[in-house]
Design a protein around this ligand. Structure first.
Ligand code: CTP
Ligand code: MG
Length: 226
């Protein structure tokens, strides 16, 4: 079956700085949000995009998308979790499709093979996420001095897009009991005891968080098109 992609783009992009929230800033001439839309829609299994934007940012989003179609555009919330929940409710209201991809607008470049792997993993699990093993040494900082080392064996960096069966991830969001804000959706599913499958991620999916990340992504883009 086909998948509907939810792109969350309702953040403020404070760490990236710049005059405009990062999702509207250009990478090689195209706003991040348009890159993410193209990367998702290019995949034959992706049926359409539901876009979550900050309240009042609808016009800016339409301009950035420059004619790219969306199934729905809905206002997000104060946290990423709330924004995803709004997007999932919009998907549910569409009433078609039983699988979703949830994706950060701040990850503009999505290799097709990653979506292939997610779609395949979803045949046997309610959720699947792309991961990369941690390469650096991990340690706690102890007031300016090196603290305890955290064994990195088995530790994964979790990326998006994340793939879910719609009913399962919708139930996880609707049943969220509050407390510490989750930083992604897979952890919400796992909290319900549902196993989440791991597939190989890709460095190109690393999130644009800080100003220098734009340069890194432009280098990748240039390499991919040369
Ligand atoms: N996001 C969202 N709604 C929020 C917060 C975040 O839709 N209330 C989205 C962002 O737009 C981004 C993704 O979630 O695409 C990942 O979040 P992050 O990288 O933290 O983006 P920002 O919250 O915008 O950046 P920062 O934390 O630096 O302010
Ligand atoms: Mg944030």
């Amino acid at each position: 079956t086909d998948m509907i992609a939810v792109i969350v783009a309702a953040g403020r992009g404070e760490r990236a700085g710049g005059g405009l929230p990062k999702q509207y800033r250009a990478l090689a001439g195209l706003p991040l949000i348009a890159h993410a839309h193209d990367s998702l829609m290019r995949h034959p299994r992706v049926a359409g995009v539901v876009l979550v934007v900050a309240e009042g940012a609808e016009e800016m989003a339409r301009a950035a998308l420059d004619g790219r179609p969306v199934l729905a555009m809905v206002p997000g919330g104060a946290t990423r979790r709330a924004s995803v929940a709004a997007g999932l409710e919009a998907v549910a209201a569409l009433g078609h499709g039983d699988r979703v991809l949830i994706h950060d607008a701040a990850r503009p470049l999505i290799p097709r093979a990653v979506i292939d792997r997610l779609a395949a993993a979803l045949d046997d699990a309610a959720g699947a996420v792309p991961v990369l093993p941690v390469a650096d040494t991990l340690a706690r900082g102890d007031q300016g001095a090196l603290g305890d080392i955290v064994p990195r064996d088995g530790l994964q960096r979790v990326q998006t897009p994340q793939a879910f069966r719609l009913d399962a991830i919708l139930a996880a969001h609707r049943g969220w009991a509050g407390g510490e804000e989750p930083t992604d959706d897979a952890q919400m599913l796992r909290a319900l005891g549902e196993p989440v499958a791991l597939v190989a991620g890709d460095p190109v999916l690393d999130k644009i968080t800080h100003p220098a990340d734009f340069d890194r992504a432009e280098t990748w883009l240039a390499a991919a098109s040369s």
